[in-house]
Design a protein around this ligand. Sequence first.
Ligand SMILES: [Zn+2]
Length: 280
Amino acid sequence: MKKFLTFIMTFSLILYGCTSSPNSPHSEVKGVSEFKNKDFSYYPILGESSNLSESAKDSMDKWRKDIVDLANENKDLIFINGPKTSKDVAITFDDGPDNMVTPKVLDILKNKGVKASFFFIGENIDKYPEVVLRTFEEGNLVLNHSNTHKDLSKISKEEFCEEVDITDNKIKNLIGKAPNIIRPPYGAIDKLDEYKERDLKVALWSIDTLDWSKRDKDNIFNNVKDNIRPGDIILMHTTKDTNATAEALPLIIDYLKENDFNIVTLDKLLDIPPYSYSHY
Ligand SMILES: [Zn+2]
């Protein structure tokens, strides 16, 4: 009986530990004192494409300025870049998985011994679950990019729940845990309380390779080479249309390594837990 009780107590402690520990450190961003420093401010977001119209460029520039202002006011919730004091940087990919470019990118990462962070769309997770599993099993992060790529700032609270929670559940069903890090489509952020309630952290980017605008290997590479700063978060995409991204990736990795940058996943760059075992 005593043995049984000890077993139950130990089991409860393990359970309790699983449910409480991944979430509890979130309210304070542990370790990264730089973000807590009142004088710390995020980088301006960089990256160019000659394919953008004047009006598209104007609205992108306005979004970049506004989102950095919002992030500076909410440093424990919205991240544009990591600490500026070490040469860690993160490579991130949005909009996958697909069955062409995502596997190609995974091959390159594996071959170069680099891990990256992937923001997957729920609908694509349904189509290519084996690619999600491979991404995770090879040490990359599998994170949330909504279920149907809606602008989360323009939908109701109920729709927000569906977009975010359904995707978390799809990921959890595959890899056994739900992400703690989200990237809203288009970087469109509103409803900060909805993120706070879920204890989610929003990771955006400080370098946009513009691979969604100018699908050109050299432009993608140059946006990194000409702009890279310590702590940068680099935005790229893995969809069937982004073959040029896969072509640019080896050049980017080699350039970063040659210049003594460490390529790390977002949880390491930002010092936040990547997953929770207990969201739902
Ligand atoms: Zn996207």
